[in-house]
Write a protein that binds this ligand. Sequence first.
Ligand SMILES: *Cc1c(COP(=O)(O)O)cnc(C)c1O
Length: 436
Amino acid sequence: MTDVIDPNEAPRRTSKPARTSIGGHELKPSTLMMGYGYDPVLSEGSLKPPIFLTSTFAFPSAADGKHHFEGITGKRPGGADGLVYSRFNGPNQEILEDRLGIWDGAEDALAFSSGMTAICVLMMAYVSQGDVIVHSGPLYAASEGFVSKVLSKFGVTYVDFPAGASGEQMQAVLEKAREQAESQGGKVAMIYLESPANPTNALVDIEAMRKARDTVLSADCPIAIDNTFLGPLWQRPLDHGADIVVYSLTKYVGGHSDLVAGSIAGARKWMDPVRMLRNTMGGICDPNTAWMLLRSLETVELRMQRAGENAAKVCEFLRQHPKVERLAYLGFISDARQQDIFDRHCTGAGSTFSLFIKGGEAESFRFLDNLSIAKLAVSLGGTETLASHPAAMTHLSVPDERKAALGITDNLVRISIGIEDPDDLIADFEQALAKV
Ligand SMILES: *Cc1c(COP(=O)(O)O)cnc(C)c1O
């Protein structure tokens, strides 16, 4: 699809000078979030970036306009060196993209109006008719649906494998996908992972997939991973062999349940085709949302640390409660292979987990309806604790056999712990369990 895009519509960001070290000392992301990518001198000294509400950007002179377009069209090397039009980019979104890249150690990042826009544009930028996408399962339901119901209309097929697969199993899946692609006259266009999987919390071995990709396929086939559940704090997939990291910024990064946005990040060569398609289609987040995300990024480490500590305390309480059957929490992994992946890839257990209550739907609903601090809502990663019932809500339309295979039972309650006082949360869970 990328070859039909007019290269006239592919401006690149200019790079802004920014200090990332003092002497030989590398500055941490939490420090860089307060200033990186923004120069107050350019905005009347305003300490914080203003919100730039404009659809287009004035050229200082006709010659400057020509210079921009020479860069955009490739007549002059180096790409665009200024802003042109707000479907392509704007100052707030550029600062956001610079700062998002820092968390994952990525050369480049792109912001989108939702996590799903990021995922759809990413996939469309890489697939052509006859291609195959290999993905781990389960995926976020809309991601899985985009592959199986939308891309399939354009002759793109998929092969999926369970999140916990071993390196040998991954290699076999890639071989099968390669044969499938050859029979369709296409290629394996993308390996798409999501880890941990929702709601099982099964982890994908990114390193093993990188090895399998390098053995079976060519390095032109990118490995993308949805890092929404653990990123950007507790898992940095680019360090473990992924090429592209994907986020719903709506969750932990936005962190206040008050916006919807998404992003991808990786090496510039992986971002360029996606940027070109975003330039054509639109889908970049708006300046106000970008500004709110800049504010969110200043506290993302603090918020995630606190939520993670709270979740550890709450899960310690829940695991020994007589009305609790078990927990799927990354702090209590029982499988040795999963623990090995966790030890290699993750620096924290997160704050989103599954609670299996003794009983079924009735017991789970009684628990949910009696919570008073925790709010009854889907989504995750906000400052407030949320609880939901996947079988009756997010996964209601999933066929029963698939639900059973994924372990989505009627006694499963999904919980995302926020930054409230942990003892208050425990008191709330205790009184709600008492009513079950
Ligand atoms: C929420 C979510 C998405 C979709 O993001 P939106 O911002 O809602 O479009 C994708 N992947 C995962 C893992 C999510 O939790």
